[in-house]
Design a protein around this ligand. Structure first.
Ligand SMILES: C[S@@+](CC[C@H](N)C(=O)[O-])C[C@H]1O[C@@H](n2cnc3c(N)ncnc32)[C@H](O)[C@@H]1O
Length: 281
């Protein structure tokens, strides 16, 4: 299934006039955001660690000559760009192509190898289960999936050593825990929290004055990371007993969730939240 971009109109509105502006699309996916930025006249550098998107990226490179380039790396590498940019956009999580391809092992709806690697390199989810201690696996389930009896389930999973999505699913007694367990493993396999922290830490230096950072999040853990970083950037640190004399470097310009129409047209917009900040100096 082709990926339908989520909250794209809100992102476009928050960006404003982008003609001649340079934008980093940190999460290329099916290229829905990149294409919209290019059509609005921007220059785009896109990142995605999934090698399966390279041919779509190649189409944009030839279609928008000189205005589009693609880096097949994790977005924690955006600081490698030496030039400051006008906007950095993150549309986090996985794409429809990833979740709907059984052989990639992201979904409990289809049987497939327990893989879950966006980059198709490194440890799979099955490897992770083998390599982590039961205690560390329990921490992953608790911290990233909010699983209540995480130790019991981690021990059961370790003992069974599942190799496929359906083998894992069968080990989870409470149906309500299935999606959170899969999410927890996906977050761990792809180091989603570490990636986001590292990338966001390079945003303030990478943005020009007047530049914007926009994040679309899909679960509460990544949303918390974005909210806390934006809060830090938009707050003046200082002695709370003294009057505030300095202006914070960033201002929050938008915090938005999808409207009814988008939610009914695209169920994957559920739980999406967009936040945007501008660098004022
Ligand atoms: C929700 S999709 C983006 C969809 C895109 N905005 C569009 O309109 O087609 C997220 C994409 O980000 C990529 N991704 C997620 N985390 C990443 C990371 N740390 N580094 C690079 N790419 C990442 C995934 O591989 C996936 O293709």
């Amino acid at each position: 299934m082709k990926h339908i971009p989520v909250l794209l109109n809100s992102v476009i509105k928050a960006l404003g006039d982008v003609r001649g502006r340079k934008i980093i699309d940190a999460t290329f996916g099916a290229g829905g955001y990149s294409r919209a930025f290019l059509d609005a006249g921007a220059e785009v550098v896109a990142f995605d660690k999934d090698p399966n998107v390279i041919s779509d990226a190649e189409d944009l490179r030839t279609g928008y000559k000189g205005r589009f380039s693609f880096v097949n790396k994790a977005f924690s590498n955006i600081s490698e760009l030496k030039e400051q940019v006008d906007a950095i956009v993150f549309d986090l999580g996985i794409s429809s192509m990833q979740i709907d391809t059984p052989s990639r092992g992201f979904s409990f709806r289809w049987d497939g190898p327990l893989d879950m690697r966006m980059s198709e390199s490194g440890e799979t989810a099955a490897d992770l289960i083998k390599n982590l201690s039961a205690q560390d696996l329990a921490d992953v389930l608790r911290d990233y999936g909010d699983i209540k009896k995480a130790t019991v389930l981690a021990n059961k999973i370790k003992k069974a050593n599942p190799e496929t999505t359906f083998e894992l699913k069968e080990l989870i007694n409470n149906p309500k825990d299935i999606a959170p367990v899969f999410q927890a493993l996906r977050i761990a396999v792809n180091d989603e929290m570490g990636e986001l922290e590292t990338a966001l830490d390079s945003v303030p230096d990478l943005l020009k004055t007047g530049g914007k950072c926009i994040c679309v999040t899909f679960h509460s853990l990544e949303d918390r990371v974005v909210k806390n970083k934006f809060k830090k950037w938009t707050t003046v640190a200082g002695d709370p007993r003294l009057p505030v004399i300095a202006e914070a470097q960033f201002k929050l310009i938008k915090s938005e969730t999808p409207g009814k129409k988008e939610l009914s047209d695209n169920p994957r917009a559920r739980s999406a939240h967009m936040r945007a900040v501008i660098k004022s100096y």
